[in-house]
Design a protein. Structure first.
Ligand code: AMP
Ligand code: GLY
Length: 404
């Protein structure tokens, strides 16, 4: 397992519970309690299956390097990972595959982008072309704020080189949902749909974050919508990639906006979402490892996912997140909830200090996941558990699951 976040912790935890022998590179403090961790480069390790968690190594071509050594890999190569690594590429593929998605234009020149904005109605959506850790998108109705954002991005001030190309797109309204497909190069199966809460504060206020909590499945995202997503979005994109010689094996995460005409594509990610992974993966525990292996082998044909019940995850973030998270705050209260079998605590930004105490060391510090027979039960359990976790400046939303 390559990676060091909450998503990787959830994957390691579930694979270990299914009886697989797992090693994480590099892993984190929480993961090291579940499976061994190593600082070695994954290219220097051997395994029956390599699962690559985060987008950065995928975009950099780790999967290609491993496949070149004849390793079995779950995760797309460099070309496929451009679906996330470049919004411009993603839009081009979506257009070629006739996937419903917002109209857009791409800019590198500041004045051209600004005049396009001025001739447009809001709300304005401005996206950094390259990777920006979930923070590259501004949605605003304020034209001045949109203009300032375009200047900051195109001048390189916001995201350096990764930010010097922007996409400006039309606003889509509707209900948002994250659909994660497991893809084996030609076929796909869908994980239970999840809803993620991206804003920092209750009521969807405050800045965009990587995600403050999630639940699954999403009740209103019924079988008909799942079928439309498969037929109008996932399958045509896999076909379009194949036409271009891209054999995509891994997760294709479609961020969707759903209105009366059905689902439209907002974004693709090329990995499990985080925190979505922290809830959908525990839900399919029992056959998750088999599905990863089959996808990596190009042989999903005979497999299905068997979800049970519902799950919710609430993320606790550090003081100052997302702009300037503080490290080093001591975390208390975890041992009291770790004994509860319906709760999992997944670490994202934790470390051990010189005294060996658990402290914060990143923006999103940890996620508390609970399963239950219903969404309400899962949420109730997650909130009861997280209430016992404490650190200076620790923050979590109280309204995960509300209004979605
Ligand atoms: P992205 O990183 O592309 O998913 O964008 C981050 C968030 O911005 C999404 O989860 C949506 O809530 C919002 N967003 C992005 N694009 C659009 C759009 N075209 N219309 C409405 N909201 C959008
Ligand atoms: N939670 C959104 C993401 O992983 O991109």
């Amino acid at each position: 397992m390559v990676g060091s976040g909450g998503r990787e912790h959830a994957i390691c935890d579930v694979l270990a519970r299914e009886g697989y022998q797992v090693i994480a590179a590099p892993g984190n403090v929480g993961i090291s309690k579940a499976v061994p961790c190593t600082d070695q480069d994954p290219r220097d390790l051997d395994a029956d299956l390599f699962v690559i968690g985060p987008e950065a190594p995928l975009v950099e071509g780790l999967a290609d390097d491993l496949r070149a050594q004849s390793k079995l890999v779950f995760g797309p190569g460099r070309q496929g990972a451009r679906l996330e690594g470049s919004k411009d590429f993603m839009k081009e593929i979506a257009a070629a595959a006739k996937v419903p998605t917002a109209k857009y234009a791409t800019f590198t020149a500041i004045e051209e982008a600004i005049s396009y904005l001025k001739n447009k109605e809001g709300p304005y959506i401005i996206k950094t072309d390259g990777l920006a850790a979930g923070k590259g998108v501004l949605v605003t109705s304020d034209l001045d704020a949109a203009v300032d954002d375009v200047r900051a991005k195109l001048s390189g001030q916001s995201f350096g080189q990764a930010g010097t190309k922007v996409i400006i797109e039309d606003f889509l309204s509707g209900r948002e949902v994250s659909v994660l497909a497991i893809v084996d190069g030609s076929r796909a199966i869908l994980l239970p749909a999840a809803a993620d809460h991206k804003r920092l504060n209750d009521g969807d206020l405050g800045p965009n974050t990587g995600g403050m909590g999630a639940f699954a499945p999403v009740e209103w995202f019924d079988e008909a919508l799942q079928r439309q997503t498969m037929d109008n979005i996932i399958t045509p994109v896999i076909e379009e990639l194949k036409l271009r010689g891209i054999d995509y094996r891994g997760v294709l995460y479609a961020g969707l906006m759903v209105d009366q005409d059905g689902p439209s594509l907002v974004e693709f990610n090329v990995r499990f979402g985080d925190p979505e992974a922290q809830v959908v993966i525990p839900l399919v525990e029992g056959n998750f490892g088999e599905v990863l292996l089959a996808a990596a082998r190009g042989d999903l044909a005979s497999l299905e996912l068997r979800p049970r019940g519902a799950g919710a995850v609430v993320v606790m973030s550090a003081s100052g997140y997302p702009s300037n998270p503080r490290s080093g705050d001591k975390i208390a209260g975890l041992s009291a909830i770790e004994g509860d079998a319906s709760i999992r605590v997944y670490h994202s930004g934790t470390a051990l200090d010189a005294q060996g105490d658990l402290v914060t060391s990143g923006g999103r510090v940890l996620g508390v996941t609970a399963l239950g027979d219903s969404k309400e039960e899962a949420l109730e359990r997650a909130y009861r558990a997280i209430a016992g976790v404490e650190f200076e400046g620790g923050h979590y939303r109280r309204d995960i699951g509300v209004g979605r």
